[in-house]
Design a protein around this ligand. Sequence first.
Ligand SMILES: Nc1ncnc2c1ncn2[C@@H]1O[C@H](COP(=O)(O)OP(=O)(O)OP(=O)(O)O)[C@@H](O)[C@H]1O
Length: 293
Amino acid sequence: MTTQQTPTATWTPPPVRRDEFDASGDTAEPVGSRAVGLRVAGVDKTYTTRRGDVHALSDIDLEVGRGEFVSLVGRSGCGKTTLLRVLSGLLAPTAGTVEAGDRPAWVAGRRDDAVFAEFGLVFQEANLFPWFTVVDNVALPLKLRGVGKAERRARATELCATVGLTGFEDSYPRELSGGMRQRAAIARALACDPSVLLMDEPFGALDAMTRDRMNLELQQIHAVSGTTVVFVTHSISEAVFLADRVVLLTPRPGRIRSVTPIDLPRPRTVEVEATAEFGELVVGLRRQLDEED
Ligand SMILES: Nc1ncnc2c1ncn2[C@@H]1O[C@H](COP(=O)(O)OP(=O)(O)OP(=O)(O)O)[C@@H](O)[C@H]1O
């Protein structure tokens, strides 16, 4: 479990976590000594349908360091969502194991609910309860855990500040913009101080400008919370902007084609996207995708 720091309105530069990783080579794996946030070994997934089997994932091995931000990219239908659903405990792998820290999460098709309860999930749709205010939506996971009213309201109010929703605590979801609703969904996912935050195209439905802002804000939230993040996106530039490493899956069945360390200094601002280094990373990943045609 990571430690949630007191949120601040101003941005605290992120802790330097990059030293924990071996960034040499384009398929570098984290060095053995650092803490593991998530370990995936030999994960395979085949859907059984009336029209036959669909082999979605093949032999996925991946370690995500504690506090690391990993982006997952690949062609449409390559298995990104399937992998994220396996990681979030919503879908049983056909084979393989998932561990959080050193605790088994999926082993031999059996899930440990206590481990997955520590994970936060954010999807493309915010899925807020329309009849709850923002603060009550954010506090809901705490309520389900039996946290008292005053304490959960205080914590939810802090989280609203973390995601830039101060002043909107008592608004209803219908009164928020799409970006604000996603911020509330992120705050709700952070409410139980998750050991791992799993995000599936969380900004995919937002316009380009809002998406850029959300990327800056997510970077800040990640820096403050220190949570391990796995982030699925169709956008290579978004993946590079946010990540410590970008994992590229092959077309179905999804296998890990490459793992690219992103050594751009943090905090990253929009200016980083104009640098040659950023452009080379994006073009390199784009080329790998194109080679699959
Ligand atoms: N419930 C299901 N039953 C059968 N096949 C499925 C199911 N869910 C996904 N698939 C198939 O598994 C493959 C991987 O799907 P998945 O949604 O994981 O891909 P994706 O990379 O997230 O795609 P996209 O980028 O378009 O969202 C696809 O061929 C899809 O048709």
